[in-house]
Design a binder for this molecule. Structure first.
Ligand code: SF4
Length: 536
């Protein structure tokens, strides 16, 4: 991870951000897709010549967030984990080039204090920062004895190395490569050691969110094996004739990969089985394709989730607004609406734009357009004869499989919309168009809930079933505004949606409790009859 000195320069020269100054340009919203013009894509390198493990990882999240993160300037903050980690990397990189007896806490402290003086003029801030850096760094001495590490090199890098089997050009820096034995040709067998200054990831977290750090190590292992397989060819020799790449011709295979969690003082060995490496490499290739399609089309789709709270676009993102997302109190305050003047495209412009990677026509609709503008589409005059197949197939004979989960979902919603109107207005003739409007509204609430929990929508999924279950409970407790105005109906819809999302969060919260907390009956005792509002 190069660049700590560059961070110092940037920190020393950066000017305070003007709260009236726009921080973004060359982008617009088309529905909930962020459209980026070709000049901005080029200016901010949204199309990468070489692909890194971290950009690959970003392709799994919200593409609009990633694009915005590249465009919106991000000031250096040495007290931010991201930037502090760079200083720690730099200090350790230097320390592990020293003889074993000099890899001490004192050497670390000397590097730390040098950076503190470079960054800050006053002693109090220097001391405060030094203390902070210690909290993320000193755990190194708990997880290993640095003097015992047989260092091969620090900060080796590959720059655009086409990976075997997929040809994707990898860029990556190996924090530290240590020697773990010697092979039959006398080449050093390697361990790839990567520092992580963040929190420990337990098995459950890894299973839930994926092992992106592990993927990074596996990609580096695949890069080393690409080198080993190709280094005897003339083409490889010519391409890597630079003396700084001499190491490529001297190394043996990788036998270990480990993450060194320097804040918590623990290490984690990475699964380097061929199956795990193949999966990582395959995913990396798919993400490279995704990145290219995004740059080709200039359309970066949104995906709501917990990270919205940390997203710079959260104040202006239509998808976040629909899903009820807002900035996390634990995050750096995001730019304001004035700083992010992102226009909305006119319909005729948006209609001619390309489709983004993950978008379906269903996703392109606004999630909660519960206004009278929604025109009913024509009902086919001829009856459709649907076939009944297995529930896990949405289609049968190229049409809706009436036995599918999706059919169960949409029939259930229309059923519920009809019952709701019937029970709420027993003496009124309910029109087909009114049932349709309420069904659409309920469907949009379900999709908002689904997007909230998975980032996408699909009538076939268990997520859809779960959200519908919660919706039906909320509906039972939230009377429709009998005789109410359009605004009353909108307020009702907003309330239902918020309560559904609040119940989704409650459900996930319950799963998060590895140990169930003590039940506080005192919280239940004062309950009196009142309108249902768990989101309040
Ligand atoms: S607020 Fe959420 S959905 Fe919107 S761009 Fe950011 S991460 Fe994506």
């Amino acid at each position: 991870m190069p660049g700590a000195n560059r961070l110092v320069e940037q920190y020393r020269s950066q000017k305070p951000i003007d709260p009236e100054e726009p921080l973004i340009h060359g982008v617009a919203w088309d529905g909930d897709v962020l459209v980026v013009d070709p000049e901005t894509i080029a200016e901010h390198r949204l199309r990468r010549k070489w692909f890194s493990a971290s950009v690959s990882n970003a392709m799994e999240g919200c593409h609009a967030q990633w694009a915005a993160g590249q465009i919106i300037p991000s000031p250096v903050d040495p007290f931010l984990a991201r930037d502090a980690g760079s200083f720690m990397h730099d200090i350790f990189e230097h320390m592990f080039t020293l003889p074993p007896e000099q890899r001490t806490r004192d050497t670390y402290r000397a590097g730390r204090d040098a950076f503190a003086r470079d960054l800050f003029d006053d002693h109090a801030t220097q001391a405060r920062w030094a203390e902070y850096l210690d909290t993320i760094s000193l755990g190194l001495w708990d997880l290993e004895d640095p003097a015992q590490v047989d260092v091969y090199a620090t900060e080796l890098g590959v720059f655009g190395l086409p990976l075997a089997g997929i040809g994707v050009p990898l860029i990556g820096f190996f924090d530290r490569v240590s020697i773990d034995g010697t092979d039959e040709h006398g080449h050093p067998q390697l361990s790839i050691d990567d520092y992580k200054s963040g929190k420990w990831s337990d098995e459950r977290k890894l299973a839930r969110y994926g092992d992106h750090y592990g993927d990074q190590i596996r990609l580096y292992v695949h890069a080393i094996r690409t080198i080993l397989a190709e280094r005897d060819t003339e083409a490889f020799r010519q391409a890597h004739a630079d003396p700084r790449e001499k190491w490529m011709f001297e190394i043996g295979d990788v036998v270990n990969g480990q993450l060194l969690y320097t804040m918590v003082g623990r290490k984690r060995y990475i699964d380097l089985s061929q199956k795990a490496i193949d999966t990582t490499v395959h995913t990396f290739a798919a993400h490279w394709d995704t990145h290219n399609v995004l740059a080709d089309t200039g359309r970066y789709d949104t995906k709501t989730g917990p990270l919205c709270g940390w997203c710079p676009l959260v104040q202006v993102c239509p998808a976040a607004a629909d899903a009820g997302k807002c900035a996390s109190e634990r995050a750096t305050p995001p730019p304001s609406k004035i700083q992010l003047p992102i226009p909305r495209l006119r319909p005729q412009i948006s209609a001619s734009a390309h489709s983004p990677v993950q978008q379906t026509p269903k996703d392109k609709e606004p999630i909660m357009t519960d206004t009278a503008e929604t025109k009913p589409t024509a009902v086919p005059a001829e009856p459709r004869h649907l076939h009944e197949g297995k529930p896990w197939d949405e289609l049968s004979n190229d049409d809706l499989n009436i036995g599918s989960y999706a059919a169960g979902a949409v029939f259930g919603l229309v059923n519920r919309a009809t019952a709701l109107l019937r029970q709420s207005f027993p003496d009124v003739t309910i029109k087909r168009g009114q049932i349709r409007q309420l069904a659409v509204l309920l469907a949009k609430i379900v999709q908002a809930g689904e997007k909230h929990i998975t980032g996408r929508t699909d009538w076939q999924t268990q997520a859809n079933t779960r959200v519908r279950g919660l919706l039906f409970t909320v509906l039972e407790s939230t009377p429709v505004p009998s005789g109410g105005s359009v605004d009353d109906w909108k307020a009702w819809a907003t309330r239902v949606r918020k309560n559904v999302i609040a119940l989704i969060d409650q459900s996930v919260w319950l799963w998060d409790q590895t140990e169930l907390p003590h039940v506080e009956f005192e919280a239940l005792a004062p309950l009196v009859r009142d309108p249902f509002d768990v989101a309040a």
